[in-house]
Design a binder for this molecule. Structure first.
Ligand code: HEM
Length: 125
């Protein structure tokens, strides 16, 4: 069964699924492994998953907990390219479509695309 509405609880499930697929990806896994390791049960990963849950809850349902600067960690990431962002979006979109019904899925996907495009522009990719 797919989620019809977006909640913080199901965003956490989404984050788990998304980053599991990221860690298996030949093109972008290494960016994450370098900074967070390859074990999602580690404290580093759990902190990342909680942070990203807050981030997506702020973007999609107006939750107020996230107050970070999303672009910052991506600035000093050698090797990051347009192709990496395309792959990120592909994996994100696959996870979202599996978990959410269309209306909710469209919100995530359009926000994801907007932010990815904005990052690429600022990173001059
Ligand atoms: C290929 C593309 C991307 C790669 C390789 C990547 C990689 C990473 C990594 C490794 C971190 C953790 C840095 C650390 O804690 O040391 C991070 C943080 C983060 N990423 Fe990405 N990312 C990508 C695209 C995106 C996109 C498109 C979004 C948003 C739609 C996004 C949102 C975030 C946010 C919100 C954080 C946490 C920022 C903070 O510290 O507050 N990332 N990313």
């Amino acid at each position: 069964m797919q989620y019809q509405t977006i909640t913080k609880k199901n965003i956490r499930v989404m984050a788990d699924r998304f980053y599991s697929s990221v860690l298996k990806d030949d093109l972008i896994a290494d960016f994450f492994i370098e900074r967070l390791g390859d074990e999602m049960i580690s404290d580093e990963w759990q902190d990342h998953l909680n942070l990203l849950t807050d981030f997506w809850a702020s973007v999609t349902i107006g939750d107020s907990k996230y107050n970070g600067t999303p672009l910052t960690p991506h600035i000093d990431m050698p090797g990051l390219s347009k192709e990496s962002f395309q792959r990120w979006l592909e994996l994100f979109s696959k996870t979202i479509d599996r978990l959410y019904e269309k209306e909710a899925a469209d919100i995530f996907k359009s926000k994801g695309e907007m932010i990815a495009n904005n990052f690429m522009k600022q990173l001059k990719l």
